[in-house]
Design a protein around this ligand. Structure first.
Ligand SMILES: NC(=O)c1ccc[n+]([C@@H]2O[C@H](COP(=O)([O-])OP(=O)(O)OC[C@H]3O[C@@H](n4cnc5c(N)ncnc54)[C@H](OP(=O)(O)O)[C@@H]3O)[C@@H](O)[C@H]2O)c1
Length: 371
């Protein structure tokens, strides 16, 4: 196998922890000696051993003289666990091939320096674009102190996310709806506006057999969420419902919701609407790197106008509904075509009969410069 094939194996391993490691990155590591894999592993949860340590433990004494393929620069600082660089050096690894530099300023090149100073050969940048894409949420939250926001919606070919009556069950087919649960499984937080809550009463849980529920976030300036809303139901001690609100929230509703198990309310008293950038900053500070925005159009438009959405995935169903139903970006209202927000790195894919159109807003997942 080639260096690139080993690195792709390490990337596949890293991706197994999608949605499980925030605030940390997904990292995979493969150790080889004379062309044979002697150990491999991936970082499974924040606070637990890093990928390199798991691979080194699996390799034991065979790590002596081994090559390590790591998807992210090994850490050189004491965090919740000791530096991985020291462990690689102590085990006698002779060469480290790494996909990308860690954007964390505590690491950012220091890991490579430390390895080189100990006589370990270091090569960087192999599959760098893939590694940066894998960890785009970690890169954004580390460098911008904001979570990576993906806006996913389902619309008819005539651009409606609901009928004029408000009904939107269902726009897309069953395979696209299953895909929506895969997205929930892989994101830290799933977010909707109060209009969607009132109309659709979504649970926002992940209904895949081995899935886990993301934090369910409702933006609700007036706390109109009814007591029997599905989003408020607790399924496990780890499953949190977070509500962002404003000074307009009635005090008795605020107290009643705060008293419910599994519910947390963040009040922003200074503004009429929830200040979206501050809310997202607070989400990143809490250690949640990725947000899946599931609508509706008013909230998505406001977030897009504020430059807070990083990627869109629009599922386009081959059907027409007509009328004055909601549109994917109702809250965005730019006066001239010259003001339109350009999309980048467009991708298309069929999910059953529905067409998924995905794109980045702005720069997308640019890998940090190589050290
Ligand atoms: N097909 C799909 O994929 C899909 C997905 C979701 C929803 N839908 C449909 O979309 C419809 C609901 O969408 P919607 O657009 O009416 O409602 P929405 O976006 O879910 O709710 C409006 C949200 O925007 C917030 N907001 C408004 N102005 C704001 C501002 N200036 N700053 C910050 N926040 C602001 C509101 O806050 P306040 O609470 O403070 O007012 C509210 O949370 C429903 O018919 C639903 O079925 C379809």
């Amino acid at each position: 196998m080639t260096d690139e094939e080993y690195m792709r194996r390490a990337l596949d391993l890293a991706a197994r922890a999608r949605g499980r490691v925030s605030p940390n990155p997904m990292v995979g590591c493969v150790l080889t000696r004379r062309g044979v894999v002697v150990g491999e592993g991936f970082h499974q949860r924040a606070g637990e051993p890093h990928a390199e340590i798991i691979a080194l433990r699996a390799a034991g004494e065979q790590a002596l003289g081994a090559d390590a393929y790591v998807t992210l620069e090994p850490c050189a600082h004491f965090g919740r666990t000791p530096p991985c660089c020291d462990a690689l050096i102590a085990a006698g690894v002779r060469r480290v091939v790494c996909a990308m530099t860690d954007p964390n300023p505590l690491v950012a090149g220091r890991g490579f320096q430390r390895l080189r100073a100990a006589g370990v050969a270091v090569e960087t940048g192999l599959c760098g674009a893939e590694a940066a894409r894998l960890n785009e949420a970690f890169v954004k939250s580390t460098t911008r102190r904001l979570p990576f926001v993906l806006y996913k919606c389902a619309m008819t070919l005539d651009g409606k996310i609901s009928a004029a009556s408000g009904d939107s069950r269902w726009v897309s087919g069953s395979r696209a709806r299953r895909y929506a649960h895969e997205l929930r499984n892989g994101h830290d937080v799933v977010m909707v506006g109060s209009g969607t809550l009132r109309q659709d009463n979504p649970a926002l849980t992940c209904r895949l057999p081995s899935g886990r529920d993301p934090v369910r976030l409702l933006v609700d300036g007036l706390l109109t969420v009814p007591d029997d809303a599905r989003i408020l139901k607790v399924r496990s001690p780890a499953s949190l419902c977070l509500i962002a609100t404003t000074a307009r929230a009635p005090a008795d509703r605020l107290a009643a919701l705060r008293a419910r198990p599994g519910v947390e309310v963040w009040q922003y008293p200074e503004t009429e609407h929830v200040p979206l950038e501050r809310l997202l900053g607070d989400i990143a500070r809490r250690g949640w790197n990725s947000v899946l925005l599931e609508g509706g159009g008013q909230l998505a438009g406001r977030l897009l106008a504020a430059g807070l959405i990083d990627r869109v995935e629009f599922i386009i169903a081959p059907k027409f509904i007509g009328g004055s139903g909601a549109t994917p970006l109702g809250g965005l209202d730019l006066p001239r075509m010259a003001d339109a927000i350009p999309l980048q790195a467009l991708e298309t894919e069929f999910i059953g009969p529905d067409l998924k159109v995905s794109a980045y807003i702005g720069g997308g997942a640019a890998p940090p410069p190589e050290a």
